[in-house]
Design a protein around this ligand. Structure first.
Ligand code: PA5
Length: 440
């Protein structure tokens, strides 16, 4: 993975001026004196975890692929975004036959009755396995979806439903753990010292990936490579720390919105995962960069105008690939009625690359700094390394702007209001206040 930073308008000396500060912050992460350090378990989880856990996940993936037509993953936020990101990036969305694993459907990440009812119809029809994922075990969206799906599983499979339901949750507490123990579901543990948005490479993400046929060995190799590259002191050769510093410098120049740009539609959910990671980690105490995303060239026909000429508070972080798994050649036509014969000889990926170069030059000229990452290949190994990169950079970025990157106090506000409005016991006073406000 390479960083091309000459388009961000930040000199190397400016980045290196943070050497001491970054060294101090990283030392505090390692000796666990940094803010929120009880959630730094993701840094060395793969060195500490029993290898038998990863073997068992691979075996479960094989079992699901043998015995089911689909896997339903129930979870929200950090309990589904990572799995969805990797699965969408690494599978063919049009032809399930072309994929090594089963299709994975996602439930419990919305309160839409339309979405869930459409999914429930599929669950009734197909032979399925269910992986319900919640660290707290009490999150409303997945709990509702699981209540409904559990009932369908019991109707379809009777006592054998328990063999087809896997619960991924905390080792010692939560309603989901109690339910799993009562019903005799297989369980996987989300380690206590790993928060949801840093949990993609624990059983939270690995079980769905294994069912989808993603090579877990390659994922583990990618994480190892990421740990080697980004888990060390020394700003000079730690790209994750350099990116964190670049973001901090751009923020100090008023660039408080970051657009993660992709040119591959399969990367859309990697962007969703990225937005959760950085948004929940940094957006607190009235601080932080607002993380957003765009897919080019698609969004150049919608957001492009704003990016080129709107408020100058944006910067872009662009992901490109050296190698892509597939390509299409543009054919010659005898009669050049559509005027495209000048493109003959180009492949579509080459045209996409020219779109990237043209856009980069236009946006930089329009005063939108660009940070460009070039990744060798869009495969399990390199994407696992990329996500590891983002986790290390996000933690450092949060520390650099002075927040605890591992809590999310703000997400409770909507929940309390929703519970009160729904009449959850214990929220009576708030219900009254909110209803008065609604009817004002
Ligand atoms: O990153 C986080 O902590 C959150 O996004 C959680 O993952 C999300 O709220 C789901 O929580 P839980 O896994 O407890 O159901």
């Amino acid at each position: 993975m390479k960083l091309i930073d000459r388009h961000a308008g930040v000199a190397e000396e400016e980045i290196m001026a943070y050497r001491e500060e970054v060294a101090g912050l990283y030392a505090a992460m390692v000796d666990k004196t940094a803010k929120g350090s009880e959630f730094l378990g993701w840094m060395d989880y793969h060195d500490r975890e029993d290898p038998g856990v990863f073997q068992s996940i691979m075996a479960l993936g094989e079992e699901i692929r043998q015995r089911a037509e689909a896997l339903v993953v129930i979870g929200i936020g950090g309990s589904y975004l990572g799995a969805r990101a990797m699965i969408e990036a690494l599978t063919n969305p049009f032809d399930p036959e072309d994929n090594p694993g089963v299709p994975v459907y996602f439930a419990g990440n919305t309160l839409s009755g339309v979405y869930l009812e459409e999914l429930l119809r599929v669950v009734k029809e197909k032979d399925i396995y269910v992986n319900v994922i919640s660290k707290s075990g009490t999150t409303t969206e997945p709990a509702i979806a699981f209540r409904l799906i559990r009932r369908i599983m019991a109707d379809k499979y009777g006592d054998q439903a328990r063999d087809r339901i896997i619960a991924t949750t905390d080792a010692s507490r939560g309603a989901l753990l109690t339910l799993a123990r009562n019903e005799g579901y297989r369980t996987y543990v989300i380690p206590e010292d790993i928060g949801g948005r840093y949990s993609v490479f624990t059983p939270v993400g690995l079980v769905p990936m294994a069912a989808a046929g993603i090579d877990i060995g390659e994922i583990l190799r990618g994480i190892e490579a990421g740990n080697r590259a980004y888990r060390h002191q020394g700003l000079e050769d730690n790209l994750a720390h350099q990116y964190a510093v670049l973001r901090k410098i751009l923020l100090s120049r008023g660039k408080n919105i970051e657009i993660l740009v992709n040119y591959e539609p399969k990367m859309n959910y990697i962007a969703e995962w990225f937005k959760q990671l950085f948004g929940e980690s940094e957006g607190k105490e009235l601080k932080g960069i607002y993380p957003s995303s765009a897919l080019f060239s698609t969004d150049l026909h919608s957001l492009g105008q704003y990016i080129q000429e709107g408020q100058r508070n944006l910067f872009e972080t662009v992901i490109t690939f050296d190698r892509l798994p597939l390509d299409v050649a543009i054919p010659l036509e005898e009669e050049d009625l559509d005027g495209l014969n000048y493109l003959t000889g180009y492949s579509l990926n080459e045209v996409n690359h020219k779109a990237f170069q043209g856009t980069l030059l236009a946006h930089v000229a329009g005063e939108v700094p660009n940070i460009i990452f070039t990744i060798e290949s869009m495969d399990a190994f390199h994407l696992a390394r990329l996500l590891t990169f983002f986790m290390f950079s996000c933690a450092m970025s949060g520390y650099l702007i002075g927040v605890n990157p591992f809590n999310q106090p703000g997400v409770e506000s909507y929940k309390n209001n929703m519970f009160a409005l729904l009449g959850k016991p214990g929220h009576e006073a708030l219900k009254k206040t909110l209803e008065e406000k609604i009817h004002e």
